[in-house]
Design a protein around this ligand. Structure first.
Ligand code: 5RP
Length: 262
């Protein structure tokens, strides 16, 4: 399944493989978006096909929906599911309190709705996503296309009163056109460098007309599964206050990972 992977992909894969252990038959599972979440979807697809896992998946983007169907996961909408047992997703940054920046893939609106409608949100990430303070990664802000330049100006003015270290705001592009989200909106990327008060910033940004949702996930994530290129995995659970370590190892001949921690 893994083929010849780079260390970073190995890290994403082992994080996904460990997080897949949170999923049991009968669960309704939120499926995140991005390269790490794609590993999770593949792992779950393999469990559906080879281990008889029965789940219903709620994807957080059209990309993830397509991949989930391809690997054999039954896909339903959030309204059909109503509530989810667990959502597993990637992140662009996480801090020691498991607050996150998400939306590097432009899907944070659906991701936040789905994660909030879940008993548990598990983040899967390689260790490069771990930060002392959020903000080095540009904060994504989904805005409606109508009047977006005016919205951008108001966002820039609002940032003057915020505890941040940078205030540049750029429109996310897809080639020579504005990036369009699954909801038909634009993304403004806020280059803040350091966010002093993420909770306050999130509230202020979401009050601006034209802003649909920001990429700060505050008090939403329950645990982060951190993968390393050598197969080590660390699970930090904010509710239990625990840190658990395990290791996956390559099988020499077929290059598959196997869990050797049990
Ligand atoms: C998409 C996201 C992704 O989870 C985030 O960008 C991380 O992606 P990757 O796993 O590819 O690094 O928030 O909107």
């Amino acid at each position: 399944m893994t083929g010849e992977l780079s260390p970073i992909d190995k890290a994403k894969f082992v994080a996904a493989k460990r997080a897949a252990q949170y999923v049991e038959s009968g669960m309704r599972v939120g499926l995140g978006t991005g390269s790490t979440a794609a590993w999770l979807v593949k792992c779950l697809g393999e469990m559906v096909q080879n281990e008889g896992l029965r789940i219903k998946g709620v994807p957080t983007s059209t990309r993830t929906a397509q991949l989930a169907r391809e690997v054999g996961i039954e896909v339903i909408s959030l309204d059909e599911a109503k509530w989810l047992d667990v959502t597993i997703d990637g992140a662009d940054e996480f801090d020691r309190n498991l607050n996150l920046i998400k939306g590097g893939g432009g899907a944070h609106l659906q991701e936040k709705i789905v994660a909030t409608a879940s008993d548990q949100m598990i983040v899967i990430a390689d260790v490069s996503k771990s930060v002392e303070t959020l903000g080095a990664f540009p904060l994504p802000l989904e805005v409606i296309p109508f009047g977006w330049q005016t919205t951008k100006t108001i966002v820039e003015e609002a940032l003057i009163g915020m505890d941040v270290m940078g205030r540049d705001v750029s429109l996310r592009m897809n080639g020579d056109r504005p990036f369009i989200t699954d909801e038909g909106n634009h993304i403004l990327d806020l280059h803040l460098n350091r966010i002093g008060n993420a909770r306050q910033l999130s509230l202020v940004l979401n009050q601006i007309p034209g802003v649909v949702e920001n990429g700060l996930f505050i008090d939403i994530c329950d645990a982060v599964v951190i993968g390393y290129g050598d197969g080590r995995v660390e699970v930090r659970d904010i509710n239990a206050g625990s840190v658990e370590e395990s290791k996956f190892d390559f099988l020499e001949n077929d290059n598959l990972f196997t869990d050797i921690s049990d």
